[in-house]
Design a protein around this ligand. Structure first.
Ligand code: MG
Length: 313
C-alpha cells in the first residue's frame, strides 16, 4: 500500500521543497513555499494518461505495459485497478460532456467510455488505413477532440503489438458530432503531448521524435491552425505530455538525466521559469483536486502530486 503522505525524497522537513526549482522570478507566483511533492502511487510499469474526475474525487491513469487503467481515490488514498484489460491504453481526457476518452495502443484507436461503462470507438482509421497508435488526446475550444498518432505503440510488443505503420504520423481532429477524423498536422516526427492555451488562441504540440525534444506553438483561430513556431527546446532530453495552467504557462513532462527529469514550466513566451524534479522519468501531467490546483504527474512506475498556486486551464 502507498501512504499518501509518503515523500519520495530526503530532507522531509525542508521547505521550500528542494525538488521545486525556480529558474525565473515568474515561477514564484505559481508555487506554494510550504507544499511538497508527494508520491501517491507506485508499483506500475509505465504510467501515463492522468485524468482527473472531480465528481468522483479520483485520478485515473494508464499503466501501459500492465494493460490496465488505475485509480487513486483522493479521500482514502487507496489505489485500485479501474479497468483491465485496457488494450494498452495511453493518454486520456474527458470530453465536453465529462466522459472519459482514451487512446489505445493495442487496438490502435480512440474510444469513449459512456456513462454506463460501454465503450464507443471514435476513431481507428484515416482514409481506410489503420491509425498507428493514438498516444494523447485533448479537447479543443470548439469541443472537438484532437489526438496524436505516433508509432510508439506498434514498435514492439511491450506497450502494444508490433506492426508496420500504414500511415504517416499526424494529429487528428474528431468532430463533436463524430464521423471520420480530419488530419490537422503532419510534419513532426513523433507528435505526442498536446494542449490548447486557456484563451484558445494557441495549440501546443510536442515532438518526441527528435533530440533534443521540441514543443511547437501553432496559432489557432476559427478551427484552423497557422504556421507553427518553436515554442521551446527540451535541451536535456525530451518532453511527453503537457498541460496549460489558467494563466497560460505550459507544464511539460520532462525526460532526461537526474536534475532534468520531472516537469518543466514554460511561460507563454517560451521562457523556462521553473522545474519540479522527480526521481523517475515523467510522462504526463494533469491538474486536479477540488480547486484544480493540484498537479498530478505520471512518472515511470509511480504517480506524484504537488499543490500549486495556480489552477489548470
Ligand atoms: Mg505521450
Amino acid at each position: 500500500m502507498y501512504d499518501r503522505s509518503t515523500r519520495w525524497h530526503d530532507a522531509p522537513g525542508a521547505y521550500p521543497d528542494p525538488a521545486v526549482v525556480q529558474t525565473d522570478p515568474r515561477f514564484a507566483d505559481l508555487i506554494l513555499p510550504f507544499a511538497r511533492i508527494e508520491r501517491i502511487a507506485g508499483g506500475c510499469r509505465w504510467t501515463e494518461g492522468p485524468v482527473w474526475f472531480g465528481d468522483q474525487r479520483c485520478l485515473v491513469w494508464s499503466d501501459i505495459p500492465n494493460n490496465r487503467i488505475m485509480k487513486w481515490d483522493e479521500q482514502s488514498g487507496e489505489v485500485s485497478v479501474w479497468r483491465r484489460p485496457s488494450d494498452n491504453a495511453n493518454g486520456g481526457t474527458r470530453d465536453a460532456a465529462g466522459r472519459l476518452v482514451t487512446c489505445e495502443h493495442r487496438t490502435r484507436r480512440v474510444t469513449r467510455t459512456e456513462y454506463d461503462g460501454s465503450i464507443t470507438v471514435l476513431a481507428d482509421a484515416f482514409e481506410g488505413r489503420r491509425l498507428n497508435s493514438p498516444n494523447d488526446v485533448t479537447v479543443a475550444p470548439d469541443g472537438s477532440l484532437w489526438f496524436t498518432d505516433p508509432t510508439y505503440g506498434i514498435l514492439g510488443d511491450y506497450e502494444g503489438r508490433r506492426a508496420e505503420p500504414e500511415i504517416a504520423t499526424a494529429v487528428y481532429r474528431i468532430d463533436p458530432d463524430g464521423g471520420e477524423p480530419t488530419r490537422m498536422v503532419t510534419g513532426p516526427v513523433q507528435p505526442n503531448g498536446l494542449c490548447f492555451s486557456p484563451d484558445g488562441a494557441t495549440f501546443y504540440l510536442v515532438d518526441t521524435g527528435v533530440r533534443p525534444g521540441l514543443i511547437y506553438a501553432y496559432p489557432y483561430a476559427d478551427g484552423t491552425l497557422g504556421e507553427p513556431r518553436r515554442f521551446c527546446v527540451m535541451e536535456g532530453g525530451s518532453s511527453d505530455g503537457i498541460a496549460c495552467d489558467a494563466v497560460g504557462n505550459v507544464w511539460a513532462a520532462a525526460q532526461g538525466d537526474d536534475g532534468y527529469r520531472g516537469v518543466h514550466v514554460f511561460a507563454p513566451d517560451g521562457t523556462d521559469i521553473g522545474r519540479l524534479l522527480l526521481p523517475e522519468q515523467c510522462s504526463n501531467v494533469e491538474f486536479g483536486g477540488l480547486l484544480r490546483n493540484r498537479l498530478f504527474m505520471t512518472a515511470s512506475q509511480s504517480v506524484y502530486s504537488l499543490y500549486v498556486n495556480v489552477s489548470g486551464a
